[in-house]
Design a protein around this ligand. Sequence first.
Ligand code: SF4
Ligand code: SF4
Length: 171
Amino acid sequence: MGVKVIPRQGSSFKDKTYVWAIFSGLKVTLKKFTKNLANTNATTTCEYPEVQPTDISDRYRGMHRLTHRQEDDSVRCVACFMCATACPADCIFIEAEERLDGIDEKQPSRFDIDLLECIFCGYCVEACPCDAIRMDTGIFSIVAKQRKDFVIDKEQLLKNRGAFGQENSLA
Ligand code: SF4
Ligand code: SF4
């Protein structure tokens, strides 16, 4: 098999010293730096956590929540395990129980999500046939001192509310 020889580019003295390339790179950095310094409001970064972002997209995947039925505010989840099956991180733990109010056959008695294992892919939301789990809480800063505190349970998931005014979009 023949070897194709690619000629080396930039063989002049200027190219070999890299000085010109370094200074043109620094020129761009300096230009951006002075522009941002002159108008700090135009910068795309903020001094988090002192400054909290205010322009979170409604498509942002934050901490999960379990949605409620509009009729009686009870849990919409029917404990079908579709989300747990779709979860690539295997971090959803559900225990089902019979639902005795006649609204559905089942509901979760336990619904835990381990946020340290979650990769926030959103597959659970996509897999749910009932729109019962969402990630639109806008909660992106999750702090705890112990690993066990990163496991959120059914009560916490039901307490979380949508941050983008979509509560009433549920059928
Ligand atoms: S966001 Fe992804 S990793 Fe996290 S619980 Fe849902 S499916 Fe699992
Ligand atoms: S959240 Fe949705 S997919 Fe997961 S168990 Fe409940 S109904 Fe099924």
